[in-house]
Design a binder for this molecule. Structure first.
Ligand code: R5P
Length: 324
């Protein structure tokens, strides 16, 4: 049994964004998780109430800020933090497996917000003492708050799944330049070297969700390619990169992705693409049609997150254990 503040176990809370993952994490920790969202008021406002005393206790709130109701999940999270703060929690840790809005991470056009850092600052203002995320799109967001932030890598959970595929001519490819660092890390951990072919993607800022993959830097002929990415949203990036890789003579193509958002017709796109298989984590709640699709395989990050929570409680190093 975990124990910390006052020698007592932490209190786990969750909202409606992904209670299944919270429950799974709680099982690994042999703790109970409490649902803090009671329901809704008649006008749609969210009704939050903590079901037990949290005075001077370490409160851990597990909630991705994710589709389908991304904005509701954010308000729920803010209200849970504030409720814990007002109820005299000793410490409040946010476990946000998928941190939404982090792709809006810089002022790259006139008159746009930097939404990622704004979200983090709001959560800190509400009372968060620590953040724990997985593969946040841009780690620079961590610098927008003054409290500690542990960003873990889903590679810890996904690398063993890749190894199990036992692909003869395995090669990691990045579907865009932004993902090259991540892809190189995967390639390095898998002992495949540091030279990673990369697709060149451009987006027109005027057209939403329309990635164009132009060309591939590097040779992939005859290889069993795995594309790595942090987010699968509309599926456009991965599907176009997969097509390109096959055009260049790859033997097969798969994808390994941390956050499976599956917006619009992403699943249909994948179905009709050359992608043989897509490995994703359960960082966000997945629709049944996704989990039941024959090309999709889900790897749980509950062991990673419960392990991270144990480190937070015991004061052990996370990097030595989990920073694959
Ligand atoms: C962008 O830089 C991200 O790393 C992903 O490549 C992107 O969010 C994927 O989006 P979509 O699936 O809509 O192409």
């Amino acid at each position: 049994m975990l124990s910390s503040t006052l020698g007592m176990s932490p209190i786990l809370l969750t909202g409606t964004a992904h209670p299944e993952l919270a429950l799974n994490i709680a099982k690994h920790l042999r703790l109970k998780v409490h649902q803090a969202v009671r329901g809704r008021f008649a006008d749609g406002e969210i009704d939050v109430a903590l079901p037990q005393n949290v005075r001077r206790r370490h409160v851990i709130i597990i909630q991705p800020t994710a589709p389908s109701f991304i904005n509701d999940s954010i308000i729920e999270l803010e209200l849970m933090i504030q409720a814990a703060k007002l109820a005299s929690a000793g410490e409040i840790t946010l476990v946000i497996p998928y941190f939404g809005y982090a792709r809006q991470d810089r002022k790259d056009q006139p008159r746009v917000p930097i939404s990622g850092s704004w979200m983090a600052r709001k959560f800190e203002f509400a009372g968060a003492d620590r953040f724990c995320t997985i593969d946040i799109h841009n780690e620079a967001v961590e610098g927008s708050v003054k409290v500690p932030w542990d960003n873990l890598y889903a590679s810890y959970s996904l690398i063993p799944a890749i190894k199990k595929l036992k692909l003869a001519n395995l090669m990691i490819v990045s579907p865009d330049v932004g993902g090259l660092r991540r892809a190189t890390k995967y390639s390095n951990i898998l002992n495949l070297g540091l030279e990673v072919p990369t697709a060149n993607k451009i987006r027109d800022p005027e057209i939403k969700n329309d990635a164009k993959v132009l060309r591939l830097e590097g040779a992939v002929a005859g290889m069993d390619v795995i594309l790595t990415d942090d987010i699968l949203d509309t599926g456009g990036t991965l599907v176009k990169a997969a097509q390109l890789v096959m055009e260049k003579g790859a033997k097969s193509v798969r994808a390994v992705v941390t956050h499976g958002l599956f917006s619009n017709n992403a699943l249909q796109l994948i179905d009709s693409s050359p992608l043989k298989e897509v490995l994703i984590t359960d960082s966000v709640r997945l629709k049944e049609e996704v989990t039941k699709n024959h090309k999709i395989r889900v790897v749980s990050i509950a062991p990673l997150l419960s392990g991270a929570i144990k480190c937070i409680e015991s004061g052990q190093s996370m990097s030595q254990k989990f920073f694959l």
